[in-house]
Ligand binder design. Structure first.
Ligand code: PGA
Length: 248
């Protein structure tokens, strides 16, 4: 059984009040309680780790550089994120791929850097709207997955987040059928590449997950949780998503 995961990506948002609210998040469901992860901006990581002490919430970064150290102004390394007490890092988010021209090879190197620092890597992939409308959508996502994912992944070290770019922050979500088809394809590919270990790697859906649509999305067998942007900024929005995951 894969443990489910509700991950919140705060993006370039976060303040003292939001850190305070972290302590109010709860993991319902006893043994089936979802893992809860919040990824604040890197400037807040140390405070977020402190604020989530004695709570079920773990803390992660939103990106890391692939190098261990050096002349990379503005960047942070995986080891620096680890040193804050964080346990995970998102890599390859479409906003990083878009805003910072990150390639699949760059993202793959970041996953390896995360592993080198003993961080869980949450690897994001997903198609553009034009790619979704074309005939090769699944092939495009598969190629992105293959090229971004290093060898040697395990359920302990890697989480995949499928995030259609056109669904991020737009209020639009794929149909359940499209989500099922895409997640099943990703699962099959993980198993082909990693054998039975591929079955233990969690696959999150991301893109306009809200309290109103979470329960339906979580009915899909190969949806093991969600990567949530906007709806992770308020406990009143994020908690019902966690609860829907616990009930799924
Ligand atoms: P959204 O963002 O939930 O605001 O659509 C998701 C993400 O970018 O991870």
């Amino acid at each position: 059984m894969r443990r489910t995961l509700a991950a919140g990506n705060w993006k370039m948002n976060g303040d003292a009040a939001m850190l305070e609210a972290l302590g109010h998040l709860q993991a319902p469901g006893g043994d089936s309680a979802p893992d809860i992860l919040i990824c604040p901006p890197s400037t807040l990581l140390v405070q977020a780790v402190a604020a989530s002490k004695d709570s079920p919430v773990s803390i992660g970064g939103q990106d890391c550089h692939s190098a261990e150290s050096g002349a990379h102004t503005g960047d942070v390394s995986a080891a620096m994120i680890k040193a804050t007490g964080a346990s995970a890092v998102i890599v390859g988010h479409s906003e990083r791929r878009g805003d910072h021209a990150e390639t699949n090879a760059d993202v793959r190197a970041k996953v390896e850097a995360a592993w080198g620092a003993d961080l869980l890597a949450i690897l994001c992939i997903g198609e553009s709207e034009v790619e979704r409308m074309g005939p090769d959508t699944l092939d495009i996502i598969a190629a992105q997955l293959d090229a971004s994912m290093p060898d040697g992944a395990t359920g302990e070290t890697l989480v995949i987040a499928y995030e259609p770019i056109w669904a991020i922050g737009t209020g639009r979500v794929p149909t359940l059928e499209q989500i099922v088809e895409t997640h099943d394809m990703i699962r099959a590919r993980l198993v082909t590449r990693f054998g039975s270990e591929g079955d233990s790697i969690r696959i999150l859906y991301g893109g306009s997950v809200k309290p109103s649509n979470a329960a339906e999305i979580f009915t899909a067998e190969n949806v093991d949780g969600a990567l949530v942007g906007g709806a992770s900024l308020k406990v009143a929005d994020f908690q019902p998503i966690i609860d829907a995951l616990a009930a799924s």
